[in-house]
Design a protein around this ligand. Structure first.
Ligand SMILES: Cc1ncc(COP(=O)(O)O)c(C=O)c1O
Length: 459
């Protein structure tokens, strides 16, 4: 008893010391929204936003040394599901793995006729992040690419009907840079053709959409949603991601795929929560002998995409900051938008626009250089980067032009189909870049970035 008390007190002291350390020695810009800024200072496109809460949780998790998913991961998953407004959320090792889990789940034999089989088609857009698309190929299915629309940078919904075939089983789309796609139209399309909808929500945690008078967070409208917690994102756990759903069958399948493909739902370190261990009546799996240990019964060709309790401990503290961060992102977006509006009015650039019925939590601020503008993206990018403003491209541009898809002499390396043309995807590949809106950027940096963009394009 006395040693329990001593252990608790020692732990408290260490955690308190860690808090003090964080407050004193971690870089100021991570704490102070209005951190001092002078022209020429580096302005990152994104950055971690944390304080001593994250450090305290992490130290506590380190002292416990459970390492694999434990109490922090369970709490994090429960809180995630609550915040998103879904029944189940599973923490995993990255956003890319979350997308791979989501697509792989659709191949489960438990889904009967709706199961995704090799050679089936999945509709997506050509302008986006690679690992939204790669899981389609990794599962032996065929991506069918449609174009995006400007200035939302999301799927051009007028192209969806062109893309559907008797082999289509699913649609996977990201909410581009936090801007929700037209969920109403895409859901109606999926319903019409009985297709699964996966929302890659990796860049959009906190974005809202109003459907039939009800407002919810993006990711919760489709069959499965995903998140990335890589540091630039809306919240971070270091590496990490999540996959979530309202559907109990999909939840069971996702968990199985995340945890080696096993049938058992018992959490790490806990045996026989399911009550099916060595239970011969319950075990009629494949051709296994009666009473075979349920813990070693595999119903899917799964992975191990679990993430650590250490990451989850950070995530728990990060979740509390989501609302504030979302507000700050929106504020920074508005600052840039209005500062750059004269440039759009003069015809030099195209500014981003929120999708109708959406309230984005922007991941970044995309700018497309207008065709008549004399400056190329390369010139503008160099001008900004040389002056300390970090820019990013809209990920893979037109993905079918990437070396993973096609050789330089035009040989196709991946089986895919294109529906319609990809004019805007090419446009984005050539003329679009984006700058940051992450919470710590604040008014002075936004004003400076807008001034530099204006200079770069006015020369
Ligand atoms: C839209 C989108 N999907 C998926 C991912 C992959 O996430 P991760 O880097 O955690 O693998 C990213 C990464 O930024 C992304 O932007």
């Amino acid at each position: 008893m006395a040693s329990d008390k001593r252990e608790r007190e020692t732990r408290k002291q260490i955690v308190e010391l860690a808090r003090q350390y964080a407050k004193k020695f971690h870089p100021l810009h991570d704490f102070d929204r209005e951190a001092p800024f002078k022209e020429g200072d580096r302005i990152s496109y994104a950055g971690r936003v944390y304080d001593d809460e994250e450090i305290a949780n992490l130290v506590e998790a380190a002292l416990e040394f459970w390492l694999t998913p434990g109490r922090f991961a369970r709490d994090f998953e429960r809180e995630l599901a609550r915040v998103i407004g879904v029944n189940s959320a599973f923490y995993c090792s990255s956003g890319s793995n979350a997308n791979l889990l989501a697509l792989s789940a659709l191949t489960s034999p438990l889904l009967g006729d709706r199961r995704l089989l090799r050679g089936d088609e999945v509709i997506t857009v050509a302008a986006g992040f690679p690992t939204t698309v790669f899981p389609i190929v990794q599962n032996g299915a065929i991506p069918v690419f449609v174009d995006i629309a400007l200035p939302t940078y999301n799927v051009d919904i007028t192209q969806l009907e062109n893309a559907v075939s008797h082999k289509t089983k699913a649609v996977i789309l990201a909410h581009t840079l936090g801007n929700p796609f037209d969920i109403k139209a895409v859901k109606a399309f999926c319903k019409k053709y009985n297709l699964w909808l996966i929302e890659d929500n990796c860049d959009a945690f906190g974005s809202e959409y109003t459907l039939d008078g009800k407002t919810g967070l993006t990711g919760s409208f489709g069959d499965i949603g995903t998140l990335s917690f890589y540091p630039p994102h809306h919240i971070t756990t270091g590496e990490g991601g999540a996959v979530f759903t309202n559907d109990p069958l999909l939840a069971k399948i996702l968990l199985s795929f995340r945890d080696w493909g096993r049938d058992c739902v018992c959490p790490s370190g806990k045996d026989n929560v399911c009550g099916a261990r060595f239970n011969s009546a319950a075990n009629t799996y494949g051709q296994l002998p009666a009473g075979f240990d349920h813990k070693y019964t595999y119903s899917h060709i799964g992975y191990n995409f679990q993430a650590t309790d250490l990451g989850a401990s950070i995530g728990l503290a990060q979740l509390k900051k989501l609302a504030d961060n979302t507000a700050a992102r929106r504020e920074n977006f508005d600052r840039l938008f209005w500062a750059l509006k004269p440039l759009e009015d003069s015809g030099a650039i195209i500014l981003p626009q929120a999708t109708p019925n959406a309230n984005p939590s922007w991941f970044g601020f995309p700018i497309t250089i207008a065709e008549k503008t004399k400056r190329s993206r390369l010139e503008v990018a160099r001008f900004l980067e040389e002056r300390g403003v970090q820019i990013r491209l809209l990920f893979a541009g037109n993905i079918v032009r990437q070396p993973a898809f096609v050789t330089s002499n035009g040989q196709k390396l991946v089986d895919f189909r294109v529906a319609g043309d990809l004019i805007n995807s090419d446009r984005v590949m050539n003329d679009t870049f984006w700058i940051g809106v992450y919470p710590r950027i604040g008014a002075a940096r936004c004003e400076y970035m807008a001034r530099l963009v204006t200079q770069a394009l006015s020369q």
